[in-house]
Design a protein around this ligand. Structure first.
Ligand code: COA
Length: 174
């Protein structure tokens, strides 16, 4: 595959970022909830106004993986203990998202993004990286395990609208 460029997203990327977020979330989770719940969730979390708000926050880090100028995946991280206060005992980074378009799964794009996340976390003296993954998202779990993430033993509710779902907190100490 040709070279993937990883770069920090800017406000000018809001439309692209919203589009890839909607597509990847839909493709991944559509069979796990109702169409109505899905649409409500996509509108609430991935609308352009919301994405712009996040891009304007200098502590909210979005990085895009581009192939020939096309965004094929992205990751998002932040030092944010809101959803898992247990992590406050360490300097911790939450990997909030790592999403790659379906046609690029298994092609090394996610690996490049993950290597970048780990390198950046180490460079900034983080002690641990953690993330939430749906209990039945076996592909993602296998991917994280390849990068030495393990189930922390903690879970949390991650409903999609009225559909209850449980996410597992995985972590990797650096
Ligand atoms: C999660 C994601 C970033 C991983 O990237 P990827 O390119 O698919 O990852 P890889 O192919 O390197 O690794 C996935 C592994 O899971 C395995 N796998 C695939 N389907 C599986 C399944 N149903 N059960 C268990 N393992 C599975 C693959 O064989 C592969 O392992 P291998 O390299 O040992 O063969 C990507 O799949 C993605 O963007 N998914 C949609 C969004 C998502 O779920 N994001 C994570 C939310 S927490």
């Amino acid at each position: 595959m040709e070279q993937i460029i990883i770069r920090r997203a800017t406000i000018a990327d809001a439309v692209k970022l919203s589009a890839i977020s909607i597509q990847t979330f839909y493709d991944t989770f559509i069979n796990t909830c109702t169409e109505e719940d899905m649409n409500t969730f996509l509108k609430e979390y991935f609308n352009i106004k919301q994405v712009k708000l996040e891009l304007n926050n200098e502590n909210d880090f979005y990085y895009l993986a581009e192939l020939n100028g096309k965004v094929v995946g992205y990751c998002r991280w932040m030092e944010d203990y809101t959803n898992f206060p247990v992590m406050k005992q360490w300097k911790s980074l939450e990997l909030k998202r790592i999403y790659v378009l379906e046609e690029f799964h298994g092609k090394g794009v996610a690996q490049q993004l993950m290597n970048f996340v780990i390198q950046s976390a180490k460079k900034n003296q983080y002690q641990v990286v953690w993330l939430g993954v749906w209990e039945h998202n076996y592909r993602a779990q296998k991917f994280y395990e390849k990068y030495s993430f393990v189930h922390s033993g903690h879970t949390h509710d991650f409903p999609i609208g009225s559909t209850a779902q449980t996410d597992c907190w995985f972590w990797r100490f650096l």
